[in-house]
Design a protein around this ligand. Sequence first.
Ligand code: IYR
Length: 245
Amino acid sequence: MPPTGQTDPAPSSDDERDDADYRPVPLDYRRPPVEESLARSRAFLDTMRRRRSVRVFSRDPVPFELIANAVEAAGAAPSGANQQPWTFVVVEDAAVKARIREVAEAEERDFYARHITPEWRAALAPLGTDAVKAHLTDAPYVVVVFAQPFGLERGPDDAERQVKHYYVPESVGIAVGFFLAALTHAGLAALTHTPNPMAFLGALLGRPRNERAYVVIPVGYPAAGATVPAHALQKKPLDRILIRR
Ligand code: IYR
């Protein structure tokens, strides 16, 4: 770099600024003994194998900390450029849940009556789903996850500007996976539900213009005597999903 005559030269290119931004810190990590790893891995597998999508919920209350901890676990997920392009809106208000149910059911009625293809109907038949979405009012929490395709920041001039986010669907999908795993680990039940279209949720929940509804997840305890479709018990065996080379 040519001399600038300044004692504290300003960065002259983006590359140099990026170098200056990178600040390594020691990794906080403890390697567990192999026996401990195996025991934890097996216990986690046992928990996750029992996970089911639950469509009938008890109205029993669930401590909010369980939801907050699961959201914090989701927030620990990796994301494109660590931009964390997600917001988890936890709906507890009965009137808001009722409104979500009303609109979602209207859309689902339309889907099942008009938009579903014969192929799609056949794929859903073993799940026994229909347009009635009682889980949206019975579950104590309805978590609506929003993705942020871009961020909104205020510049030094106080003007709002858009910041592009990278790998948004992948990042939000991973975070939702962490969320579902955390709920399962805590002994809670959930359903991944995607009413189609979902645009009404941004308006209903007063979300900013950079957020798009990604998935709706009712969370609670299963209703007493809840049943699940036998079809959902059939997970592909390991030798069909794991290939060693
Ligand atoms: N959104 C509809 C239909 C539906 C679609 C899929 I793919 C599912 O795995 C389950 C349901 C509904 O919620 O009923």
